[in-house]
Every structure is written in C-alpha cells, then in structure tokens.
Write a protein that binds this ligand. Structure first.
Ligand SMILES: [Zn+2]
Ligand SMILES: [Zn+2]
Length: 139
C-alpha cells in the first residue's frame, strides 16, 4: 500500500515518499523560491529578510522556514550584517539606532531602558533587521 497523504500546501492527495508532506508540484515551487532566495543572497550577502521578501515576492514565513531548515544562515557579527536605525532608517551595523539618533535619544533612554528594554530590542532586531546569507553546505 502506498503512503497517500494530503499535501500540506494545496490539499491534493499524493504518494508520500518522505520529508515534508507536500506534493511534487508544491515541492518544485518551493525549490524554485529557494533557488531565487539563494541566488539573491549570493549576490547580496547580508540582505535583510524583508528586503528579500519584497524583491523576490517570497513570504517572510517561507524565508524563516529556510532558516529553520538550516538552508540559510543569519549572518553573525560580520561586517555585512545590516540593521536599520529605528528612528531614521539609516543602515547601521549594531544596536537599534545610528550614532546620531543614539546621541539624541540617549538622554531619554537612560532612565527607561532596563533589562526589559534591552531584551525587547534584541527580539526586535531579530525580527526585522538581521541579514542572511546562503549556506554553501552542499556545494
Ligand atoms: Zn501541493
Ligand atoms: Zn538614525
């Protein structure tokens, strides 16, 4: 008896052969999207998740799934990490604000930013600011 399942994406019945429970058609689509993301990150290392999503019309959820699968990697503390200043949108390499905004805001923040503030900042930057690159695992 073949293992028949419903595709998680489109709901069609297909012969399940292992891995993700999605049909061959949807799998091909996913591979195509992944190839686009991979090529884009190869040419634009450090691109942000939202940038990749917008340019390639691939959902952020999809990109996150690639990250979870270990097919893409968040760039660590290398030079090509790209964050955006939360106040003016300028590209910065660390933290939440560019130097200028940091200066302007530091007075206000000194009193408010405790432990809660900094962990919130971390979650925020993980969500939208940190760049990615393609992992050349199998090549
Ligand atoms: Zn399908
Ligand atoms: Zn700024």
């Amino acid at each position: 008896m073949p293992d028949v399942r419903n595709c998680r994406k489109c709901g069609k019945i297909f012969n399940y052969i292992g891995g993700m429970p999605i049909c061959p058609v949807c799998k091909d689509k996913e591979e195509e999207d992944f190839k686009k993301v991979k090529e884009y990150l190869y040419q634009n290392p450090g691109a942000t998740m939202s940038e990749v999503s917008q340019v390639l019309d691939v959902s952020v959820e999809r990109i996150k799934a690639y990250l979870k699968d270990g097919r893409l990697e968040i760039v660590g503390d290398e030079a090509n990490i790209i964050l955006e200043c939360e106040a003016c949108g300028k590209s910065i390499k660390t933290g939440r604000f560019c130097n200028e905004c940091q200066k302007n805001l530091s007075k206000e923040f000194r009193n408010v930013a405790g432990d809660m503030g900094s962990s919130f900042a971390q979650a925020e930057s993980t969500k939208k600011g940190i760049g990615m690159r393609y992992l050349n695992k199998n090549e």
